[in-house]
Design a protein around this ligand. Structure first.
Ligand SMILES: [Zn+2]
Length: 441
């Protein structure tokens, strides 16, 4: 592989790189836990108190490090260490809000990782080749306003008037626009649709995040290198409608059994999943809700109605299209064979986002060079990185091993794993792939 020789040549290599400032990150994780935690987990409300505390802490630390600090009309915070050369900056970023009663690491780990990297440079007197901008992003968690990636979309001028006016915070029914203004933002600017960030000013965007699934734990690897963020199609409120009938008195050929028909659909999609996975496709299929109506169903009745949800995700748009066709074909076939009717309800979807290939390769190269066990993998949950990738910015993501999932107080990230991920990001910022810098010049 030629990755090594194609790197910008000015950075110290391997053991000569400046150490990342893990002590600072540990102190800030402790302070975040103390100031935004309760006896039932961590709550950093989007555009609310906990998130603001976290942003104020980052601003304080950025001033201590002598970084240039600014905010945008959506209240995102940018903290920049000047580089040696002019040209598009390297962005590191993640979000500082959390779900209600969540964990301390989802989101914050990515911001503190950026700070640990930058502090490492400052303490060692190292100036990176390009400006490094650490972005503390607002309001990523959709649980508060029922909308995703609010902060990063605000930075690119992508929030709509309808969202600003009609979307309300679940905890207090304040509109998104009012919450942004109360936090010191500028909704007049956001309503203009102007983009605060110009994608051409950004050489690359890097997001570190705790892994939210079990893959790195199961594989016993501290770090993941993300190839893409899965897109999805979802039916949140689907129904299978049959006919209620006596379980003892209705022979097989006269039944319209909603449970059996819906179960056939589950098995059809599972078989398709297995085959597609064998062919190398990235795919996850989940029927997360699946229930007969408790007020109508009974032990001795054939079920006439079953409600279910379907969540299909893949990092390949082609795979999503293919599975959607398989679903519709299976529905038609099962309706005929089982004498039922499916009402799939409203379809929602999101596009997959690909991570930049040369960033995946460069991160893999640094991991190999430094002996850091890293697993190259797809990302199943949405992240701000998707917004940057969608804006045409070369984007990379690093996962940090985490036990017990995320969005709960039991998130468990080992600081040693965090340090390995920080070392990878530090190495990449000192030696960004030359082909990206050339393409973004
Ligand atoms: Zn997150």
């Amino acid at each position: 592989m030629t990755i090594q020789s194609e790197r910008a040549c000015s950075a110290p290599e391997g053991g000569n790189r400046p150490p990342v400032d893990i002590g600072l990150a540990e102190r800030l994780f402790d302070e975040l836990r103390r100031r935004t935690g309760t006896n039932r987990g961590i709550t950093r409300t989007s555009y609310g108190l906990g998130e603001q505390i976290a942003h104020d802490m980052m601003r304080r630390e950025a001033h201590k490090l002598g970084l240039e600090v600014r905010t945008d009309p959506g209240c995102n915070l940018y903290m920049t260490l000047k580089g040696r050369e002019t040209g598009p900056a390297i962005f590191i970023g993640s979000h500082l809000d959390s779900v209600p009663m969540g964990g301390n690491f989802d989101g914050a780990a990515g911001v503190l990782l950026g700070l640990a990297v930058i502090s490492g440079y400052v303490r060692a007197g190292v100036r990176p080749p390009r400006d490094i901008t650490l972005m503390a992003i607002r309001a990523e968690e959709s649980t508060w306003f029922g909308a995703s990636y609010i902060g990063s979309r605000a930075a690119f001028g992508l929030l709509t008037d309808r969202e600003l006016d009609e979307v309300k915070r679940s905890s207090d029914q304040i509109s998104l626009g009012a919450a942004i203004d109360a936090a010191g933002g500028d909704t007049a600017f956001l309503r203009s649709g102007k983009s605060f960030l110009d994608p051409s000013d950004i050489a690359m965007f890097l997001e570190a995040h705790i892994e939210q699934g079990p893959v790195l734990i199961e594989r016993n690897q501290p770090v993941g290198i993300v190839t893409g963020i899965r897109g999805s199609f979802r039916y949140r409120d689907a129904k299978c409608l049959g006919v209620y009938a006596h379980s003892g008195a209705t022979p097989r050929e006269y039944r319209s059994d909603a449970v059996k028909a819906a179960a056939a659909l589950v098995m059809d999609l599972d078989t398709a999943w297995e085959q597609l996975a064998e062919d190398g496709a990235d795919l996850v299929v989940t029927f997360g809700q699946f229930a007969t109506d408790a007020s109508e169903a009974a032990f001795s009745k054939i079920a006439g109605r079953l409600s279910f949800s379907l969540d299909v995700r893949s990092q390949e748009a082609e795979t999503l299209k293919c599975v959607h066709k398989i679903l519709l074909d299976a529905v038609a076939r099962i309706e005929a064979s089982h004498k039922v009717r499916f009402e799939l309800g409203r379809l929602t979807d999101s596009k997959p986002a690909s991570m930049d290939r040369s960033l995946v390769d460069a991160l893999s190269g640094f991991a190999a060079e430094d002996g850091i066990p890293a697993h190259v993998m797809a990302c199943g949950a949405g992240h701000d990185a998707a917004v940057f990738a969608d804006a045409g910015v070369p984007t990379g993501m690093v996962f940090i091993r985490n036990a017990n999932g995320s969005h709960n107080p039991d998130e468990q990230m080992d600081i040693a794993d965090f340090a390995e991920a920080a070392r990878l990001v530090s190495a990449l910022c000192l030696s960004p792939p030359v082909e990206i810098l050339k393409a973004r010049a």
